[in-house]
Design a protein around this ligand. Structure first.
Ligand SMILES: Nc1ncnc2c1ncn2[C@@H]1O[C@H](COP(=O)(O)OP(=O)(O)OP(=O)(O)O)[C@@H](O)[C@H]1O
Length: 752
């Protein structure tokens, strides 16, 4: 240990020196100030960015800088750590864990030693070496049983046994061979990582992101990496892993956050979400748009001073079919529509003016005059309006006729109908986001000038409405204001200044920040976690963000909870990457001890025949228990008695019980949290629904009213399976009715 300490001390000294040097370089660049030519400034900016990033990376690796070493038969030891370090003569001092030469640290086994004779795990506390743990890969000294299983077991078990902090930690020191294969898998194509609960899918996906960024830095730094998770609590749970690996420029997002400018915070029924998620909504949105490209049933008269122009159906039909044939998105095709209509009107006007033959130039002038006539503008806006995705969907959900036209059945209309928003408040739900994205594809951009004009016009109309209806309760007024706000039009008033600011800020934004602000950004690689939950419409949206189909998709089909979620990976991926996706399976459970997994495995038989639970690596000797309770007051008492100092406990409840149970537990336990609120992860106890607990883990879990969880949705068995597999140590079940037969393996304790 003393020898290892010497080496580790030298590594930290080197790290300190590099930090010092980089700091000086950064200060030097910043001291040059903002003068000089544009090129000077932009060069300085990019140097400053580079040094700042390097410095951040050097600071991120303080903890467990070096965690292992491998002894190569030929060249002596190599030290493995969070980043690569060399001395001033370029001699290697520390190898980045992601470098190819570090691979034997994770993969070597006694049967396949990969040229190393020994692997050593170094445990450190701060800068102090506190433990050394060796695996000998020298074949002659091992038994057959050792050979089959030996893989840094002691270090792994120590890591798994630690109390949870509420945040996921990195596992660089103890990545297992099967996981390493996933982490270092090729960048291109779609890699599916299927695995039961606790098999490390999430943590492996995050390490894969770090590995890919290291190995393909050029390509990925420019296009960025997106990591999609199921909810904000989950993203908070994992957000520290990549920074601790020295990678900060990655975009973490839920599906609901992927449409810039929209915050999807409204709630809706599972049924509505399921309808919105189904694949046929692509056609529904397309039809909803066709509904807005209307040909009037009767000719439209346009009064223009002394005479009246008439827009007949044939003209509208012809204009529409030209616009559609242009194959441009709706807002851009509008120009084609308008041009044709104006042409016809101009010829009519010429006739009305008694001027039979006009030359091209005169006709063009006339068209331009007509274009700005309010009555003409109003007619064109009715026939082929500029639309934002928000307007299209608000209009659809707010009208049964439109929904019927778009192909939704009466029952579906009932589920989706929503009043056109009046006062403030949340409107958009998570399931709306892929539909907005779909609509945006069909609508295309409205160019900034037009948007500005439209916003100004809307403002004028608002002012006019204000004048006209001062005394009445002004529905129209609120409506106009709301739509302006919901569609983001109100921001567009200042589009020019916004654009100018955007241009100057561009240079300072990281790739992730730029990607987050751009709906059409194509990512270099996308990682989707809890991918079984995504709806077909959400997949369509993600696939648009990944034209090169370089993706890692992790999940567990047996844990699917949402009604629009996946039942097989083929069903999800074949439409986009048939024959081009590969699957890796993880089968070892690093979270849940054997005793708990036995209970969960019983429940898995309800999910589907033939499904196999992952195998747990640890036994704790602690049996899961069950207890009959008499209401949520009892629950509060039990939770209080189950809390262990410094440990974290979750109470997982059916959605219908969330509020009541949350109130009871927060009353009984000081500091407890109800629901996925900020701070929930750090609380000693938290009450969560299954959907909110997905992907998380806790020292102890109490599952409340399992029978209701089973009955609450068609995916009830999957939900119960998820709930039972969140604990790293202790599991209890409380029930006021009968305990479901499938949980009979729990030890029945007397009521409190
Ligand atoms: N090689 C490893 N070394 C140390 N800890 C590990 C290792 N692999 C997994 N773990 C730990 O096991 C736990 C479960 O991992 P993770 O959450 O990634 O599993 P998962 O497969 O995503 O589970 P679920 O499907 O239930 O969400 C985490 O605490 C993780 O840190």
């Amino acid at each position: 240990m003393a020898k290892e300490q010497e080496y580790v001390t030298a590594l930290y000294a080197r790290l300190d020196l590099l930090r010092e040097r980089t700091r000086k370089q950064l200060d030097g660049v910043l001291a040059q100030g903002g003068g000089g030519t544009h090129q000077n400034r932009s060069e300085r900016d990019s140097f400053a960015g580079m040094y700042a990033e390097r410095l951040a990376r050097l600071w991120a690796v303080e903890n467990a800088l070096c965690f292992g070493r491998i002894d190569l038969a030929a060249e002596g030891p190599l030290y493995i750590g969070r980043l690569g370090l060399s001395d001033d003569d370029q001699a290697r001092l520390l190898i980045d864990w992601r470098a190819p030469v570090a691979q034997p640290f994770y993969r070597a086994t006694p049967t396949e030693p990969m040229g190393i004779t020994r692997r050593r795990h170094l445990q450190t506390k701060g800068r102090r070496v506190v433990g050394v743990d060796d695996d000998l890969l020298d074949l002659d000294r091992l038994t057959d049983a050792d050979r089959a299983t030996l893989n840094g077991e002691a270090a792994l078990l120590a890591a798994l046994d630690e109390k949870r902090t509420g945040r996921m930690r990195d596992i660089v020191a103890t990545i297992q061979a099967g996981q390493d294969r996933v982490i270092r898998g090729a960048l291109d194509g779609v890699l599916v990582v299927q695995g039961g609960p606790g098999t490390g899918k999430t943590v492996v996906a995050l390490h894969r992101a770090a590995y890919l960024l290291y190995t393909h830095r050029e390509r990925l730094a420019r296009r960025g990496v997106l990591i999609v998770g199921p909810n904000l609590t989950f993203l908070r749970y994992i957000e520290q892993v990549l920074p601790s690996l020295g990678e900060t420029d990655v975009l973490l997002s839920t599906v609901g956050e992927l449409y810039p400018g929209v915050t999807a915070t409204a709630r809706e029924t599972a049924r509505a979400a399921a309808i919105k998620g189904s694949a046929r909504m692509a056609e529904v949105v397309a039809r909803a748009l066709r509904d807005r490209q209307r040909v009037p049933r009767k000719p439209v008269d346009i009064p223009l001073g002394a005479y009246t122009l008439r827009l007949d159906q044939r003209t509208c039909e012809a204009a529409k079919s030209r616009a559609l044939r242009s194959r441009r998105p709706h807002n851009q095709a509008r120009a084609v529509f308008v041009r044709h209509v104006l042409g016809t009107l101009a010829r009519q006007a010429a006739k009305a003016l008694g001027r039979g033959m006009l030359d091209e130039e005169e006709l063009a002038d006339l068209r331009e005059d007509l274009r700005t006539e309010p009555a003409v503008k109003a007619a064109l806006n009715r026939l082929w309006p500029y639309l934002t995705p928000q307007q299209l969907l608000i209009g659809l959900y707010g009208s049964r006729e439109r929904m019927a036209y778009a192909g939704l059945s009466e029952a579906e209309q009932d589920a989706l109908y929503r009043e056109v928003p009046r006062g403030g408040g949340a409107y958009w739900t998570e399931a709306d986001v892929p539909l907005l994205d779909e609509a945006a594809e069909l609508l295309g951009d409205i160019d900034a000038g037009v948007l500005r004009a439209a916003a100004l016009q809307a403002e004028e109309e608002l002012a006019a409405a204000r004048r006209a209806e001062q005394d009445e309760r002004d529905y129209e007024l609120t409506y106009a204001r709301e739509v302006l706000e919901l569609t983001g039009m109100s921001d567009m008033l200042d589009a020019e200044r916004f654009a100018a600011r955007q241009r100057t800020e561009e240079n300072h934004l990281t790739t992730a920040e730029r990607a987050a602000a751009d709906r059409t950004w194509a990512f270099g690689h996308i990682i989707v976690d809890e991918a079984q939950e995504l709806s077909p419409m959400a997949w369509r949206m993600l696939m648009r963000r990944s034209p090169n189909r370089s993706m890692t998709i992790v999940g567990d089909i047996a844990q699917t909870g949402s009604a629009a979620g996946a039942s097989s990976w083929g069903q999800v991926l074949d439409p986009y990457a048939r024959g081009r996706w590969r699957e890796e399976t993880l089968t070892v459970n690093y979270r849940t001890p054997v005793e708990l997994m036995a209970v969960a495995a019983d429940v898995l038989t309800l999910v589907g025949p033939g499904l196999k639970a992952p195998e747990s690596v640890r036994e704790t000797g602690v049996r899961p228990w069950s207890r009959k309770i008499d209401g949520t007051a009892d629950l509060g008492l039990i939770v209080r008695s189950e809390i262990v100092d410094g440990g974290r406990l979750a109470v997982i409840v059916p959605a219908a019980l969330a509020e009541e149970a949350g109130a009871a537990v927060t009353k009984a336990v000081p500091g407890a949290a109800a629901g996925p609120v900020p701070g929930a992860l750090e609380a000693p106890a938290v009450v969560l629904t299954v959907a909110d607990a997905k992907g998380l883990e806790f020292d102890a879990v109490i599952v409340a009213e399992p029978a209701e969880i089973l009955a609450e949705s068609p995916r009830g068995p999957s939900d119960l399976y998820v709930a039972l597999t969140r604990a790293t140590r202790r599991l209890g079940v409380v029930h006021s009715g009968d305990l479901p037969e499938v949980l009979s393996r729990c030890e029945a304790l007397p009521p409190p």
